[in-house]
Design a binder for this molecule. Structure first.
Ligand SMILES: *Cc1c(COP(=O)(O)O)cnc(C)c1O
Length: 395
């Protein structure tokens, strides 16, 4: 049996006529830059995320970059973020001339630790207030602890840029006494940055991204920055870039958005099957640490997207040998991410090596993402767990 980490073909097969129709429509329209399809898709995403506005951009990376530029973050500034994420989170901070200030993650969620955020903000307050934004990442499809991070951001008056690239549709429970209010990623800070990279839960047929916000003034600046900061055309009071979303991507993504909820449900069903099979195999906690769905209890019997499982990431001993073994048995897997960002070569000159983030470093050494895409069959998932079991049985 073969179990690829990700196979986009079944999704394409199901939607092929509609996708081709959408692409043809844009080609025949000869309107190839922005236009009605982009505006229409922006409205749909704003509605889906629960924000007033959404601005289509060229990628998730450019969403982060445009957000930082629109806050005038630059040289001398710090952005508080996690060292355990895709490179773009930190890459965009460096590209505007600012520096990342890392705080460690929580072991249960792989997301930024609010305790550490508070400490960093406290220290910053007494030493010059250089932190100009907090950039939590909703890693693998589960939101960071936004209630506590949001309260800190408010207290210190610092904007929150959500890196929601892996978490479109992920819901977060705000708890007040008995009352639980669920809000979606992208509506939890000043703005949310999304990616439509093909491997994300909502993926285009190329690059694409989106910034969501309910701050009208900020939205205006982002919209201007998306198009060279031109306001009006050919007059530039600020320097933006070309961060425009392609209408072909917008049209295709509009088709796919209709199916997103059922894909989330498929991923969650697969995660539940993995949990069951790992439990039955007696592997849970030792040696396989399963990912924790930290908001599942708040979701109760209701079907909230407490986790949208862009990735299903386990922590295991002998990770690299297990990965090879899975490969030999035709099972795909990936390491997200093998190196904590503070240890990346592009930061050597900045001396970040002096810091240590033990939870992030442990995750980098032991994490392994297993296939979780919606169209996988129970037989395939069971084969993955059996193969993991076989590997550890012979150790
Ligand atoms: C995918 C991703 C990005 C970048 O998105 P692109 O569309 O590939 O530029 C940024 N941050 C995180 C956490 C991601 O997973």
């Amino acid at each position: 049996m073969k179990v690829p980490l990700l196979d986009l073909r079944p999704q394409l097969a199901a939607l092929r006529p509609e996708i081709l129709e959408a692409v043809t429509r844009i080609i025949d329209s000869t309107g190839y830059i922005l236009g009605p399809e982009v505006i229409d898709f922006e409205k749909k995403i704003a509605g889906y995320c629960g924000t007033d506005e959404a601005i289509g951009v060229s990628s998730g990376t450019d969403a982060l970059l445009a957000a930082l530029m629109s806050l005038d973050i630059g040289p001398g500034d710090l952005v508080l973020t996690t060292p355990y994420t895709f490179f773009a989170t930190m890459g965009t901070i460096l590209r505007v001339g600012a520096k990342p200030l890392f705080v460690d993650i929580e072991p249960a969620s792989f997301n930024i630790d609010p305790e550490a955020v508070e400490q960093a903000l406290d220290t910053d307050r007494s030493s010059g207030r250089r932190i100009k934004a907090i950039m939590p990442v909703h890693l693998y499809g589960q939101c960071a602890d936004m209630q506590r991070i949001g309260a800190l951001a408010q207290r210190y008056e610092i904007p929150v840029i959500e890196d929601a690239a892996q978490a479109i549709g992920a819901e977060y429970p705000f708890v007040e006494g008995e009352k639980v209010t669920w809000k979606r990623a992208g509506a939890l800070g000043l703005c949310g940055c999304f990616s439509f990279f093909p491997s994300k839960n909502l993926g285009g047929i190329g690059d694409g991204g989106m910034i969501t916000t309910s701050d009208a003034a900020f939205a205006d600046i982002v919209r201007s920055n998306r198009n060279h900061g031109a306001e009006p055309k050919y007059y530039h009071s600020r320097v933006g870039g070309n961060f425009r979303l392609d209408p072909i991507q917008a049209a295709v993504l509009s088709v796919k958005l209709e199916h997103l909820e059922s894909w989330h449900a498929g991923r969650r069903r697969n995660a539940a099957l993995y949990r069951q099979y790992f439990q039955e195999a007696g592997l849970v906690d030792n040696p396989v640490k399963l990912p924790e769905a930290v908001y599942a209890a708040s979701a109760g019997a209701e079907q909230h997207n407490h986790h949208v499982y862009n990735q299903f990431v386990i922590l295991v001993p002998e990770r690299d040998t297990l990965r090879e073994y899975l490969q030999q048995h035709s099972i795909g897997s990936e390491i997200y991410y093998p190196l904590s960002l503070h240890q990346q070569e592009c930061l050597y000159a900045e001396n970040y090596q002096q810091f240590s983030y033990p939870v992030a470093e442990h995750a980098a050494a032991h994490s392994l993402a297993l296939p979780i895409f919606p169209e996988l069959t129970p037989e395939q998932l069971s084969y993955v767990v059996e193969t993991v079991e076989q590997f550890y049985r012979t150790r």
